[in-house]
Write a protein that binds this ligand. Structure first.
Ligand code: ATP
Ligand code: MG
Length: 424
């Protein structure tokens, strides 16, 4: 036997048994977006590498070590998208969607990061993302959080998710804070681990993000970003908190929440669960008012978030919130005799025409009565329709109930259709 070829590590197949759970989540998300007036946008999966370097920042984990980057046949550097915001902003600028306009958009699709695969962390994963342009107040930040809260409720997982909130201030405020933070950390440099020492000069705010308990202990007495905020930044944050409180949405202020990408300012948030182990952040986002200009557009306020679909589906699965797998068919059409196939297919099409919601599976591959009924049972259908040469000659069909709903009967085709319409 030839050697089997396997999927790339960290890149998963979504098998037929798993797709119903994904479709359930995707359907709820699409309906949610409709309910809030958001439009779908679809971007390419690959962009020029420079886009991500400029958008995400050269000294972030994503750009430093997680990107799938390679030269194409022309020698140009390409990257499989590690997230959707950069491409969405690029598309918005390129097609003139952003300047002087309000846009509420969403997307869903695969993202790629070269990380160590583990539960909730993969090399190809999927994000549902929302990006809003042209609105600068805390009201739209609140709307994004409210719509995620509604999503948790609809999916039955509200009790297992906590909202963490922080403000990163404006770039000038952060620059001032950065100096103070670096000065403090320099005094305690020997207590920093290797990672934090490296970040100290490249991206000191990411030290706040460190998972090392010793570093976290040191941060207890570090300067606090909030002390460097001006009046407008405070007002934005207070405005958001007030709106969330009025909407009945609980939150925790987490001053250590800085998020992994460079482009955020003011509001940042994450929805975190304890039900998934270490990979507990299901959804994260924030404001990125500087990014459009940084990527060559006119300055445009913007806010968004991204949700990890694998983590969402894992959470639904863990909390038993996935609807049991539905049968593949309502009706299974068995055909007996050499000449029944043509009439059988015609009948199946007729059923699909007249009963658009009905799922009809036609038997293929021949075989005797027993074999065909076995297939009918396996399909999960409630009813087998049996079409033999006698039935065809009389314009009839035999109806066999597979789940004990009644006695087998032979009916005129039209009567059978009427019965199906009534929902037998
Ligand atoms: P983490 O801290 O878990 O690495 P992140 O801050 O890198 O997350 P973001 O860039 O904010 O993640 O992406 C938004 C969401 O996408 C995350 O909250 C998570 O649900 C999901 N996500 C990110 N990376 C992965 C991955 N490698 N596999 C699966 N889901 C992921
Ligand atoms: Mg990450």
């Amino acid at each position: 036997m030839a050697k089997q070829i396997q999927a790339i590590r960290g890149m998963n197949d979504c098998l037929p048994e798993q797709t119903p759970a994904w479709q359930q989540a995707e359907t709820v998300l699409r309906d949610l977006m409709r309910a809030y007036g958001y439009a779908e946008v679809r971007m390419p999966i690959m962009e020029v590498t420079g886009l991500f370097k400029r958008a995400i920042g050269e000294v972030t984990d994503v750009v430093e070590k997680e990107m799938y980057t390679f030269d194409d046949r022309n020698g140009d550097s390409m990257t499989l998208r590690p997230e959707g915001t950069a491409g969405c902003v690029r598309a918005g600028i390129e097609h003139g969607l952003l300047y002087n306009q309000e846009r509420r958009m969403w997307y869903m699709g695969p993202m790629f990061r070269y990380e160590r695969p583990q539960k909730g962390r993969y090399r190809q994963f999927h994000q549902f993302g929302v990006e809003v342009f042209g609105l600068q107040g805390p009201d739209i930040d609140a709307e994004l959080i409210m719509l995620t809260a509604r999503l948790w409720k609809q999916l039955g997982v509200s009790e297992h998710l906590v909202l963490q909130l922080n403000s990163l201030g404006q770039p000038e405020e952060r620059a001032e804070y950065r100096q103070a933070l670096v000065a403090y950390l320099e005094q305690h440099k020997d207590q920093l681990d290797e990672d934090s020492q490296r970040r100290l000069y490249t991206n000191p705010l990411r030290v706040l993000d460190s998972k090392n308990p010793q570093v976290q202990a040191l941060l207890q007495d570090a300067p606090v970003l909030g002390d460097y905020f001006g009046e407008q930044t405070r007002a934005h944050f207070e405005g958001l908190k007030a709106l969330l409180t009025s909407a009945g949405i609980d939150f925790e202020i987490n001053p250590r929440l800085v998020r992994g990408l460079d482009y955020y300012n003011l509001t940042v948030f994450e929805w975190v669960t304890e039900s998934l182990g270490a990979q507990g952040t299901v959804c994260g986002g924030g404001r990125y008012d500087g990014l459009v200009e940084q990527l060559g557009g006119q300055a445009t306020p913007a806010v968004g978030f991204a949700m990890g679909m694998e983590r969402l589906v894992l959470l639904l699965d863990t909390l038993n919130q996935i609807e049991t797998q539905p049968a593949l068919a309502d009706v299974y059409l068995a055909m007996m005799g050499d000449n029944s196939q043509v009439a059988g297919f015609a009948l199946a099409e007729q059923l699909r025409d007249q009963l658009p919601g009905l799922r009809v599976m036609s038997h293929c591959g021949g075989g005797n009565f027993k074999k065909q009924l076995k297939r009918a049972d396996k399909s999960g259908a409630g009813i087998a329709l049996i079409l033999g040469e006698d039935e065809i000659a009389r314009g009839e069909v035999t109806v066999k109930y597979l789940r004990g709903q009644g006695e087998q009967q032979t009916l005129a085709v039209n009567d059978m259709i009427e019965q199906l319409k009534k929902g037998i």
